[in-house]
Design a binder for this molecule. Structure first.
Ligand SMILES: Cc1cc2nc3c(=O)[nH]c(=O)nc-3n(C[C@H](O)[C@H](O)[C@H](O)COP(=O)(O)OP(=O)(O)OC[C@H]3O[C@@H](n4cnc5c(N)ncnc54)[C@H](O)[C@@H]3O)c2cc1C
Ligand code: SF4
Length: 325
């Protein structure tokens, strides 16, 4: 690990000023420290934000509001979250390991880095790590890579499970930065790789994720997360789907669906949602709607199986959501 300067911030303004001057925020460190150890990331300065008052979970009639420093395990165990937003605990417990979830923060989860193996191999070409160096995955091993939102410069999937469910649930972020506060939909946090895969998010220099707001829509209680992976724990998604349904008189009144493991960012399935509206809540409708999920997919040499696995995963997630009492 390269030497770096360490600062422990005791106020948001102190942290934001340090980050605006180039320091990296440190929350649980389960992504950042890992990458610094491997010298994939080499920040000259790190600012620890764990003393900031951003570890809270609040339930209101309209939304669940989660401070960015709440730990994954705390959010998954919270009774209000379990009652009003059951998709979130299910999604969180499908990720990482109990030990990691005790340490990893909700804000850090959204900004974790990709799991493409070449990103971590310092001697491999990787546009995300070294802009302009090329992409080893496109002509190399790419079975785990994306089929949506790729470019000739990068095809790495976004790794966060939580981000998939937050995108499905229309969650928003409160950001605080040198120029004040703003709120954005979670979906707007993530950039497509296009020609600049090293730019992964839309935060301005120094901006801090302060909290996440998840609206309590009528669909939120009938929601499930299905994660398909190589082994049943401690593994990232090959394909995942978050599905939330509002069903009345046997018909789909509202649907919220997003997929993981297939896109270079968490992928909202707007066309699938539209195809479900007004249809009977049945496997036949789910299959017909999920068929449009593959529009625009561009498989690589090793990941064509995801084009079949994606609609199948969505159908099963919809069935699971429809079965919630
Ligand atoms: C072995 C292993 C398996 C894993 N499996 C999964 C999995 O299956 N599914 C899954 O979703 N995740 C998985 N993860 C990822 C894990 O969930 C993330 O590492 C963790 O959530 C990151 O949170 P952190 O608080 O440790 O972030 P840190 O490592 O502290 O920070 C991560 C990044 O976010 C930035 N950051 C942190 N907080 C803020 C903030 N409030 N505002 C702005 N920037 C911020 C940091 O500067 C850094 O760039 C796994 C990780 C490991 C190591
Ligand atoms: S897919 Fe992206 S992260 Fe992986 S080698 Fe290519 S540029 Fe790097």
């Amino acid at each position: 690990m390269r030497p770096f300067e360490f600062q422990r911030a005791t106020s948001e303004s102190e942290a934001i000023a340090a980050a605006a001057a180039g320091a990296r925020y440190l929350a649980g460190g389960t992504t950042l420290v890992d990458l610094m150890r491997e010298e994939v990331e080499t920040p000259e300065k790190v600012v620890d934000i764990n003393r900031l008052p951003l570890n809270y979970i609040r339930a209101t009639d309209e939304a669940i509001v989660i401070g960015a420093l709440a730990r994954m395990s705390e959010v998954a165990a919270n009774q209000d979250v379990r009652r009003l937003q059951p998709l979130i605990p299910e999604t969180l417990t499908e990720g990482a390991s109990p030990q990691l979830r005790n340490v990893a923060s909700i804000g850090g989860n959204l900004l974790q880095r990709v799991r493409c193996p070449y990103f971590r191999m310092l001697d491999a070409a990787c546009n995300k790590r070294v802009p302009g160096s090329g992409c080893s995955a496109i002509g190399g091993l790419n079975a785990g890579h994306a089929i949506l939102g790729t470019s000739e410069h990068c095809a790495a999937t976004h790794p966060s499970d939580l981000a998939v469910s937050l995108v499905a649930l229309d969650a928003t972020l409160l950001l605080k930065g040198p120029r004040g506060e703003r709120a954005i939909p979670v979906t707007d946090l993530f950039r497509l790789p296009e020609a600049t895969p090293h730019l992964e998010h839309t935060l301005e220099p120094g901006e801090l994720i302060a909290e996440i707001r998840i609206p309590n829509g009528p669909y939120a209680r009938k929601a499930r997360y299905l994660k398909v992976r190589d082994r049943s724990s401690y593994e990232f998604a090959l394909v995942s789907a978050a599905a939330a349904l509002h069903i009345e008189d046997g018909l789909v009144k509202e649907a919220r669906i997003a997929a993981g493991g297939v896109g270079t960012r968490p992928w909202r399935m707007n066309a699938v949602e539209a195809a479900l509206l007004g249809k009977p809540a049945s496997r036949i409708s789910y299959e017909a709607a999920a068929a449009v999920s593959t529009e625009g997919t561009r498989p690589l040499s090793g990941n064509g199986y995801k084009v079949k696995l994606l609609p199948a995963t969505i159908v099963r997630a919809l069935e699971m959501a429809g079965e919630v009492a």
